[in-house]
Design a binder for this molecule. Sequence first.
Ligand code: CBY
Length: 434
Amino acid sequence: MRQSHQLPLMGLLLFSLIPRQQCEICEVSKENYTALNPLISTMINSKYNKGIQAANVLLSLRLGGFLSQSQDQQLTEKVLLATRSTEPSLTSGQLALAILAVGACKGPDGISKTSSELVRDLENKFQTEIKNMEEHDGNPLTNYYQLSLDVLALCLFRGKYSIRKVAEIFKPGNKNYYFHEQFSVDTGAMAVLALTCVKEKITRRQNQTDRKAIKNIVNHTKSLVNEILFQKTENGLLGNIYSTGEAMQALFVSPTYYNENQWDCQKTRDRVLAEISQGAFRMPTAAAQILPALMGKTYLDVNKDSSCVYGSDSFNISTQEPVSVTPAVSPSEIEVYYSVVINNQIDNTTVSVPNGSVFLDVMEQAEKENATRFSFTAEESSWGPYITCVRGIKANTNDRTYWEPLSNGKPLSQGAGGYVVHAGDDLAVRWSTY
Ligand code: CBY
């Protein structure tokens, strides 16, 4: 064959060799980076009183290459200090996130002594999660989102875990993927990322005995990808706006498990961009979880580069204020109804709060007026306050119980610290099982 004929053929061959993954990722183009400004300024300008909450943000900004060297140093120190000082009380997923964040961009060999000690601690915490499942009807200490983070961090940073156990516990259909029988897209997405990491690692090892585990893991991943796609909404979101970022990452890493016509990545991306401009991501964790996907990155890229790319001055963020769409608090007061619902017993009251108040303010006001009937405690989570106990009754993961906040009979789609109440709202916290 003459060379001129060979060239197009070679081109065709090369084209067919380009991994399909390339076609599925639809990151925001450089010209549109300004659309990401609100996310980045929200993350950089937050205070992070509890340093561990900066882990998600550090991970995200590092993956995107948005930090200057000094910003990187500051955030890393914050995360490390918080991790070291609170390590025994950290949940497994919090520790896993800290390891991912601190180890990001360093490469698996570049991790410091501190990080490898943290990896050992994570191995223990993961074991404790599994032991809890064995002793409490399959319920982990935390949840499958955190167990997935654990496996991901152990897989990326040379931690020890049993591949067989992973293949066994992450079986699709397991109750831990569901809350109220509804598939949790966040949880499924994180599991896909973890399982993909494990699969890639054992495939490279070419160990005969791992064959069966690989087969199981591939099948689990396929099912989870299908469940995620099943939660695609009319407007392009995967689950809801807060699960979409991580679900996009899950779909980026598993392009061979679905057809091109099953997911319109551009539509999803454009919807997310529209929501950014509406202020949906004014919580740093929300911003942190959406940013990597918009940059075409996934948590599996955490140790792909051997050094961090530091942001240049062209990305000037410090001058910008975080987007705030909270309505200006006017001095006027509004009245809302508030009840505590325990089985069939309802205890209600009417409270008056300043216009612009959030659900938690209502709970505090009710408690102030009657501490016996409306006492409660909340813990600060990376998504804001999480209600742990009302009238002395405590949420417990061993029996899948929790306090469910409702507005006009519907579960809140945001936490108690984020949901702004309206005059006449019928608010409640209900003792529930998920
Ligand atoms: N992170 C975690 O461990 C949390 C994992 C997560 C799947 C998480 C959502 C997803 C994420 N990206 O972080 C999660 N929620 C879980 C596991 C849970 C359960 C917590 C108990 C357990 N087993 O660990 C539970 C009880 C089912 C739950 N979430 C309850 C709630 C309600 C708040 C309850 C309370 N007592 O305060 C609430 C408000 C829903 C409701 N009305 O009952 C809720 N969650 C919401 C809305 C959310 C979203 C937050 C969105 C926002 N803008 O505030 C969420 C992102 C998240 C946090 N939950 Co849960 C899901 C979503 O909408 N996409 C790891 C750790 C290291 O940070």
